[in-house]
Design a protein around this ligand. Sequence first.
Ligand SMILES: [Zn+2]
Length: 446
Amino acid sequence: MHIRVRGTAAATALALAALLPATGTVAAAADAPTAGQESGRVGVEYFPDPRGEGARTDVPATSPHAQSAPASRQRTGPGDGEVVPIAETGSTADRLDVTIIGDGYTAAQQEDFLADARAKWNAVTDIEPYKSYEGLFNVWAVQAVSQDSGVTGDPTQDVTRNTALGSYFYCDEIERLICVDLDKTKSYADRAPATDLVIVVSNSTKYGGAGYSGLAGDYGYDGVSTLSSDNAQSTLIAAHEMAHSIGLLADEYQYDGYGAYPGDDPAAANVSKLTADRMAAQGTKWADWLGETDPSGGVVDTFEGGDYYEYGIYRPTANSIMRSLNTDQFNLPGREAMIAGFYRSANALTPLADPATRTSRFARLSVSLATLPTGTLARPQLRWYVDGREARQARGRTSIVPAALGVPSGRRAHTVTAKVVDMTVAVRSAEVRGITSNSVTWTVKG
Ligand SMILES: [Zn+2]
């Protein structure tokens, strides 16, 4: 299932922001580069210090270090473009599909890549709320065979390597910024059964990475995160970048000299022009969480500075993973937005009997529920309804027989509905609670 494209206002703000921090020159929003435009440049976010705040710049969409043909055609070696499922939890229509592609791995190193891809996914899903909702993801590893082992710019700027995706440190002269060739990346991502998000694992121990987001219009998936394979701190880059695409979250950091936020209240759930009093009075944004103790430390309130601006814009907590990579914690409003995002692109409930066909009172109806284990944040609750009234005795069952559920005999048709709602404590908004829900209805002959 596809992730929806970021809201227009946020995309404009990000595109504008992309121009500002690196050079200090202010350009009109109309000139802001977006993917696929003639400028051939795209906005990207990076984290210059492993435990610090992010920054944005714009970079070429192509790479000078990408090899022209797959290495497997240049020398014998298995596997270029081969897809290996790392986690297959459900149909692509009902799951968020993450595609992990390796760069800087030779034909002989593809097993290393698969081990690195698994380790990275395990590390990302050690972080909440990915941890609780891992069962809503499919993960596909796509093998890309590189001529050289390792990537350009590791360890120093003068080192060049010929690789499948052309990933390179020192992109835009910034040592920790790893750029890739976006078209080459797409050619591999398209091998996977479905792709909502891409993670490029570059074969390196050196800290670095980047995040491209808002790509859906040109590439069909919203985001590409790059990160080095054997650097633990780089994992947080992917966790942060995926949150832009999944949770539609804004950055909670600011730039010196950026001044006052100029626009309307942003669409993102984790920044607002409202101070706590007004937010509480209006019941909007993170009003439900004000005063709560937050996993990122401290109490949820309105802290001035965020979405790149210093004044007139507020974030929910002093710190969070959307502000700095010195923590792996989302704040409570961010976590709720992530869960909304998981369920916008995934369904916990999948019918195992076709709802399009009329069924009989005695034919068993079954559904599968995503594996979201107890003891995590997730609390999917499955209920059954006959003609809209709950059959309470069937609560939690994944298989029923309509007659036993109370569907009466006779000429009239009846409906049987299975519905799941996530009762997680991490959601307080009624709207988000609705997003966590999905249902299926069958027509049953009397
Ligand atoms: Zn960011």
